[in-house]
Design a protein around this ligand. Sequence first.
Ligand SMILES: Nc1ncnc2c1ncn2[C@@H]1O[C@H](COP(=O)(O)OP(=O)(O)O)[C@@H](O)[C@H]1O
Ligand SMILES: N[C@@H](CCC(=O)OP(=O)(O)O)C(=O)O
Length: 377
Amino acid sequence: MPIQKLLDFRDPDVCERLVIKIGSALLVDSSGQVEIEWLRTVVNEIWTARERGIEVVVVSSGSIAIGAKKLGFAGGGRETLAEAQASASVGQIELASVWSMLLAERKLVAAQMLLTLDDFESRRRYLNISATIGRLLKSGAVPVINENDTIATGEIRFGDNDRLAARVAQACNADGVILLTDVDGLYDRHPDHPEAERLDEVDGVTDEIHAMADTGSGSGVGSGGMTAKLLAAQIAERAGIALAIVDGRPELPLARAMASQAGTLFLPQREESGRRAWIGGRMRFNGSIGVDDGCVRALNQGKSVLAAGITQVEGDFERGDIIEVKDITGRVVAKGLVEYGVDDVEAIMGHQSDEQEQILGHAPRSAVIHRSHLVMM
Ligand SMILES: Nc1ncnc2c1ncn2[C@@H]1O[C@H](COP(=O)(O)OP(=O)(O)O)[C@@H](O)[C@H]1O
Ligand SMILES: N[C@@H](CCC(=O)OP(=O)(O)O)C(=O)O
């Protein structure tokens, strides 16, 4: 699917539901003001998409950059967590009011949703997000989503809105995600390098692709840099969702990207069903198991994780938790819903089914992670 396809609003067969993510560097100028005239052109594009029957969900960064200027924090409000959180609470109220005003100019209703990483990690809350976005879109509203930075701390933070956008796309069954940023795609090395070349299409984010990016934000006001966008692309590709990195700097950026054919498109890699897609996108784990090579081969053939192939257990997990599965080198090969708590896995690992019954004192389950709850990485 060439990049024009994803951006072609005239073809709702290609994209019925789209997530558009706008980075801080685009939204906020160096004095902390929202780039209203530019944003109005983006809203025009959202309106055009909607007129053509394409539903749009917005993920908007910018609260920290806006708030930091208002509060007079040096370092963009990112020097301490407390500053970032204070900045976000000041900036978010302005960000929301700008979105509301600009969408209203086009007779569109803005709907604010502030989410944390944990909201996506709990299956019940994830389904709630999904239902709320669905209901808003059905009512004709435009969800405008940001991380709830004022309460999200440390390990429960995305910290970048790229992965948040990919998780939102997964939750609302979007067909595509467009990351609008201050560079026109992924380059094979830092774009400042004179020989850097843009990749038009990426068919699976590999280690080699990851090595092209770095975590630094070009503008200094964003976070996560290109690395965060590649992690987002991985979440999307595993959920069967196309993702594009597009230069958001010009006015009417989507139309411009269409015309110039610039940008990088990440192709969807598989079509996971709802629960499996959710497992694949999970980012926090209470533990992991290490498995032998024979087990990895079996998993690659679509089999379940059996206790006999487990060589190592780490962490503190309970039955029903999502855990990581690692090969003997420590590389994560899969994620899945575990059928036993950590103590039972430790007791039965390396044992065949008949021995497991004796150890557990009851008939063992068919697998430690059943293939229907297992997602390969
Ligand atoms: N290989 C690469 N290709 C393109 N951009 C890269 C690469 N490595 C690092 N970058 C940097 O990533 C920046 C975009 O990330 P970021 O500043 O976090 O944007 P945003 O605020 O839009 O999320 C670019 O400005 C660029 O300097
Ligand atoms: N949630 C934060 C945005 C996080 C962030 O900086 O994202 P980005 O600019 O997209 O790299 C905010 O509103 O400031």
